[in-house]
Ligand binder design. Structure first.
Ligand SMILES: [Zn+2]
Ligand SMILES: [Zn+2]
Length: 393
């Protein structure tokens, strides 16, 4: 517990030193809010895999599981997890780690990178696309404020943690091919599901994210290759708690637990895990995103919530989403043996939500005469032509 306590103190010190009440930048507003998160953060109560499996988890709690890769695998095989699973380096069978400096050298060979610059004035939410050699130079420059390099396409060849590798239920996001109407390969976006199923991220010391959930109800794993993170989050929140947070803009009343992630640590975040990570040092992480084929109804409920409250996640709706869920509906209806599925009742509710998602318009350029939304005198939302700017709002 000592490490988590120290990490929370280090983060608080950092926020205190950068807090400048005279500044009116967006960053300043975010620092205030992040300070509020840290103010509530405690090290929480770690439990064993056996305690987790014997317990019932039905709401906000300060418990999280600390276990080995093998124990995490048993939990994940049984059902989709409800609490975060932390596998510290000494219990992790996954040992291959990429060094940050080596990785920056690789990044230099890419044409451009998306940079979140904490020194920039104005809107922090929108990253800036910079030439890679310039972006990596900013990252290495210790005399300026922190930057985050996000949405980096996966570099590691086998990033899936050993606790998940080969567990059938968790392969569906990656394996399912979306249907396309005209037989052509569908267009992809950077934020798209197949692109982010494996990712790398780099953050300078002090870079942070306000609380958010990962998009489309994914279970996300994050492995620290190099460096240290504090990972505040709210274990055990139910969908209604997430909705209340989305509507009110207030932090949830439940406990905020600061999990420490050192080099070689792996965190498995359950679906809709509200989290707000901060880099304690310059850091390189490898992540993977998964759907659990047994928990697809919750994927749909969360995806609907994202359309209705777009600020709850830091990514736009994925273009491939509708194609993938349509394909999943077909296979689930057949009870196809490729994946384990949820109940009949869940399938019925899942199908209704697929219908709801299909209501968006499919206009190619501007929403004009033939637009379904305009015809119904309604505004376009995230269900319509994702990735294209729209005037019909
Ligand atoms: Zn339209
Ligand atoms: Zn529309």
């Amino acid at each position: 517990m000592k490490r988590a306590n120290e990490a929370i103190e280090t983060a608080r010190d950092f926020i205190r030193t950068v807090d400048n009440p005279a500044s009116k930048t967006r960053l300043q507003a975010q620092i205030r809010k992040y300070g509020e998160i840290l103010g509530r953060c405690t090290p929480g109560k770690p439990i064993t895999a056996a305690q987790y499996l014997a317990g019932e988890w039905k709401g906000a709690t300060d418990h999280f599981v600390v276990c080995s890769s093998g124990e995490a695998r048993s939990i994940l095989a049984e059902a989709t997890p409800l609490l975060p699973l932390l596998i510290p380096a000494e219990l992790n069978t996954q040992v291959e780690r990429l060094q940050l400096d080596r990785y920056l050298t690789i990044l230099e060979t890419r044409p451009t990178l998306d940079v979140h610059d904490f020194d920039a004035e104005g809107d922090l939410v929108v990253p800036e696309r910079l030439e890679s050699r310039y972006a990596t130079a900013l990252f290495r420059d210790e005399s300026r404020g922190p930057i985050n390099l996000l949405n980096l396409r996966g570099y590691k060849q086998n990033p899936t943690p050993s606790c998940l590798a080969g567990l059938e239920a968790y392969t569906i996001l990656d394996a399912i091919q979306e249907e396309s109407e005209n037989g052509k390969a569908p267009e992809r976006l950077l934020s798209d599901l197949s692109e982010c199923a494996r990712f790398q991220l780099c953050g300078n010391r002090g870079a942070f994210h306000l609380e958010h959930i990962d998009h489309h109800g994914t279970l996300t794993t994050t492995f620290s290759d190099d460096g240290e993170k504090l990972w505040p989050g709210w274990p055990g929140l139910r969908l209604e708690d997430i909705l209340e947070w989305a509507q009110s803009g207030e932090l949830p009343a439940g406990p905020c637990v600061g999990i420490y992630l050192g080099p070689g640590y792996l965190l498995v975040q359950p679906q809709a895990y509200l989290h707000a990570p901060l880099s304690l040092t310059d850091v390189l992480m490898t992540g993977t995103m998964h759907w659990d084929s047994r928990a697809m109804l919750k994927v749909m409920r969360l995806s609907k919530m994202e359309i209705q409250h777009p600020h709850i996640t830091n990514e736009a709706p994925a273009k491939e989403f509708l194609g993938k869920i349509n394909q999943i509906r077909t296979l689930w209806t057949q009870g196809h043996p490729a994946w384990p599925w949820g109940s009949e009742d869940e399938l019925r509710q899942f199908s209704e939500l697929v219908e709801w998602f299909s209501e968006g318009c499919t206009c190619e350029t501007r929403c004009g005469k033939g637009c379904k939304c305009k015809g119904n005198e309604s505004s376009c939302d995230g269900r319509c032509h994702p990735g294209k700017s729209c005037q019909n709002t």
